[in-house]
Design a protein around this ligand. Structure first.
Ligand code: ATP
Ligand code: MG
Length: 394
């Protein structure tokens, strides 16, 4: 019975002069999302509203709602019935039919909420509410009006056509991807970094990603897990360019030359440098990591400062104040958790020291890093030049 969806968006409606840019971006993202759904759809903008219309009426709309529910910027998806204005009696008939089909038990409390976007309509909103309420009560005597806590809301909006809808299925919110520049995500196979990527993409940022692996210490399956995670994020974030960097030689060299308790910090500094190299090349505006204060030795305030020390780009850490449990909950919601917990080895854990420094001093780290001066430039270049580039898309 449904053929159209009214798309609600909040934040992007308040962007003043830029509003049309955000709306166009949202329309673009909706189009993209609908490509994965069977059937023909059009997306149209009309009087500050966005509608998705299907070429044919649909019995069930779960697939459409799932696809639209991955589009950042969408606050609500409302399956809507659009009827021409052919007088109040026709409207009342349509509303009664709609309510009866939508809630077949016909036993509930309700409230009608009318809005007149077209002021030449002969009835005012309050009158429409009262009159439609009466008609519904007549048609379905087991229903009751409750204006304070209704079980069912019935929205009627008088526009060029009249919009009738009841359910508002929540969307992810945020802003359409592509409206806020591009960032380079350091994506590991863990729980945190996929969530961090999701959160930044939700603010409209296009993602690229870099993954460091250490063959033969880390397996092909560990790499595949990262590709799979990128694929899940790309459901929301769109296609992701993923750099896979062979980090083995650099890790071994650090292991040979530097104190073992500093290994993780120095390694992380090289990850940031390499990530920044690709970020700069691709015109990204920042780096993104899944770090949160104090989660592990390499994420104390001192360690984070030692990591930032080598970065010229801003480093965004959207999980900075989250507890692990909160991050886990997010990862379950976005669908990355099950993949993240698959037990493949991670390059960071392979040479990890028993007692890593938790309060690294910057000048000590900088001076120990000089022990790498002989070969590090050559290894850095090698790692960058041999990086594999994948385009990951859901
Ligand atoms: P995650 O669950 O995201 O792996 P973590 O709690 O295991 O995080 P660390 O291993 O200290 O924490 O990594 C901190 C951050 O560094 C990660 O969130 C990620 O952004 C980045 N990172 C760590 N290892 C890698 C890797 N192998 N490739 C790319 N980025 C990585
Ligand atoms: Mg990790």
């Amino acid at each position: 019975m449904y053929q159209s969806f009214l798309i609600k968006y909040a934040e992007i409606a308040i962007k003043g002069k830029n509003r049309h840019l955000f709306e166009e971006a949202l329309v673009g993202r909706l189009h993209r999302a609908l490509k994965k759904v069977e059937g023909d759809f059009t997306v149209r903008r009309e009087q500050g509203r966005i509608y998705v219309d299907a070429a044919e009426a649909m019995e069930d709309y779960d697939e459409v709602v799932d696809a639209l529910g991955c589009v950042f910027g969408v606050v609500g998806i409302c399956p809507v019935v659009l009827v021409p204005d052919e007088g109040f009696d026709r409207l009342a008939e349509e509303v009664i039919r709609f309510v009866g089909a939508e809630y077949p038990e016909r036993r509930f409390t309700f409230k009608v909420s009318a809005r007149r976007a077209r002021k030449n309509y002969p009835l005012e909103s309050m009158e429409i509410n009262a009159k439609l309420g009466e008609r519904i009560l007549e048609a379905y005597p087991d229903t009751r009006v409750d204006v304070h806590a209704p079980e069912v809301m019935i929205y009627v909006e008088v526009r060029s056509e009249i919009n009738i809808y009841s359910r508002v299925i929540p969307g992810p919110g945020g802003m359409p991807v592509g409206t806020n520049g591009k960032a380079m995500l350091l994506l590991s196979g863990g729980i945190d970094s996929p969530v961090a990527g999701f959160m930044v993409a939700k603010r409209g940022v296009t993602l690229e990603a870099v993954y460091f692996h250490a063959p033969p210490y880390t397996s092909e399956r560990a790499k595949q897990k990262v590709v799979d995670l990128a694929k899940i994020i790309s459901r929301y974030a769109g296609p992701i360019k993923l750099y896979v960097v062979n980090f083995t030689e650099i890790q071994l060299y650090i292991y040979e030359q530097c104190p073992h308790e500093e290994l993780t910090i120095i390694m992380r500094r090289y990850m940031m440098r390499i990530a920044e190299h690709f970020a700069e090349k691709d015109k990204c505006l920042g780096l993104v990591t899944g770090e949160s204060i104090g989660q592990v030795a390499s994420q104390t305030m001192q360690s984070l400062a030692a990591t930032d020390d080598v970065c010229t780009f801003p480093v965004y850490r959207p999980l900075i104040g989250f507890d692990k449990q909160e991050i886990i909950e997010r990862s379950e919601q976005i669908g990355t958790y099950e993949t993240s917990i698959l037990p493949y080895e991670d390059c960071c854990t392979i040479f990890v020291a028993k007692h890593p420094v938790t309060k690294p001093s910057l000048h000590v780290i900088r001076s120990d890093e000089r022990k790498l001066s002989e070969r590090i430039d050559e290894l850095f270049k090698e790692a960058v030049d041999t990086a594999e580039v994948l385009c990951v898309e859901a």
